[in-house]
Write a protein that binds this ligand. Structure first.
Ligand SMILES: C[S@@+](CC[C@H](N)C(=O)[O-])C[C@H]1O[C@@H](n2cnc3c(N)ncnc32)[C@H](O)[C@@H]1O
Length: 320
């Protein structure tokens, strides 16, 4: 896509923080060239594995323009120069936070939760689940609620949910566990009563996740593109939903390779509705409805894929 150049000089934010007048020609406060966007794409791919498509250009502009205003910087080029030259972890964090997409919801892609509920009582206890792109918390709390429903209050007390995300801002919101009532109004009255406290007075219209649910979840920052996740435990299930879509195939393959040793034998991997790992890995095979199972058994040996097992039976003449 061609860059639209601002023909006026970029306008800085006023010292009192008020919005500056917008450039008449472009409707933009800052010049934003094709080279700037290409550089942003390269940097966010390097730090977070995120592949920004052309149509994310306006999104990148508007989210990062806030950083320019906050830093009192006149051009994207200066901002990106500063980002790379200063190597300031706080600015890199703000840059990354600005470019993530955090859309989520309680019990999103709802068919996964009955599968989890049916799965966990059959596992040796205590069960542990990793929610690897937790965003603002709705997903890990939905997992925790499912564990309580499936194992009972006492059974679930030993269970744990590790909730991670690269974005520190969403993690802070997740840790607070406070949401607008609108975000939970689709849940059953039983779930609302059992798992949420209703805000009153100044907090009217808000809900807070109950302490019993909150206690099951531990939040930590983790970048899925890091070489070593520093996780010294294995999980019965990993939720990795609606984040791989932002990664290219080589990055997806690397992430799945890192997941493999982190899943207990017989463990599950839950993917987002538009994510297909079948052509990316042999470590996991599709069990149905965007749920994958580990192909390795307890001895560490990889079980043959179903297709191969079927072929073997056919060729030995056992199949009917
Ligand atoms: C669209 S949200 C999906 C949230 C939730 N999993 C769901 O399905 O509702 C994608 C999340 O992935 C996170 N993310 C993006 N790149 C990441 C990375 N490299 N490592 C960890 N999390 C990442 C984003 O910050 C964002 O919160």
């Amino acid at each position: 896509m061609m860059a639209t150049r601002a023909t006026q000089r970029p306008v800085r934010a006023a010292p009192d923080g008020t919005e500056p007048a917008r450039s008449v020609e472009t409707g933009r406060d800052f010049e934003f060239t094709a080279a700037d966007f290409a550089r942003i794409r390269d940097l966010i791919h390097r730090v977070a594995g995120i592949s920004l498509s052309d149509h994310k250009r306006d999104m990148a502009y508007s989210r990062l323009a806030r950083r320019l205003r906050a830093r009192g910087i006149d051009t994207f080029r200066q901002y990106l120069d500063l980002l790379e030259a200063e190597n300031d972890p706080a600015e890199w964090e703000a840059f990354t936070n600005a470019l993530t997409t955090n859309l989520t919801a309680f019990f999103r892609e709802a068919h996964h939760f009955p599968i989890l509920a049916e799965f966990v009582p059959r596992r040796s206890q205590p069960v542990s689940v990793w929610c690897s792109a937790a965003s603002t918390g709705e997903e890990p709390y939905s997992i925790a609620m499912t564990l309580i429903e499936a194992l009972g209050e006492t059974g679930a007390r030993q269970a744990s949910v590790l909730a991670t995300d690269i974005d520190t801002q969403v993690l802070a919101k997740a840790e607070a566990g406070v949401y607008q009532f609108d975000q939970v109004k689709h849940l059953s009255p039983e779930r609302l009563k059992r798992f949420f406290l209703k805000g009153t007075g100044a907090h009217a219209g808000m809900v807070k996740v109950r302490p019993e649910v909150r206690a099951l979840v531990r939040f930590e920052q983790l970048n899925l593109t890091d070489r070593d996740y520093q996780l010294r435990t294995q999980f019965d299930a990993i939720f990795c939903r609606n984040v791989m879509i932002y990664f290219d195939k080589p990055t997806q393959a690397q992430v799945l390779t890192r997941f493999e040793p982190l899943v207990k034998p017989g463990g599950l991997l839950f993917a987002g509705h538009s994510e297909n790992f079948t052509y990316v890995t042999q470590a996991f095979r599709l069990r149905g409805q965007t749920v994958y199972e580990l192909t390795r058994d307890a001895s560490g040996a990889r079980a043959p894929s179903r297709g191969h097992a079927h072929d073997a039976l056919q060729s030995s003449g056992v199949a009917a």
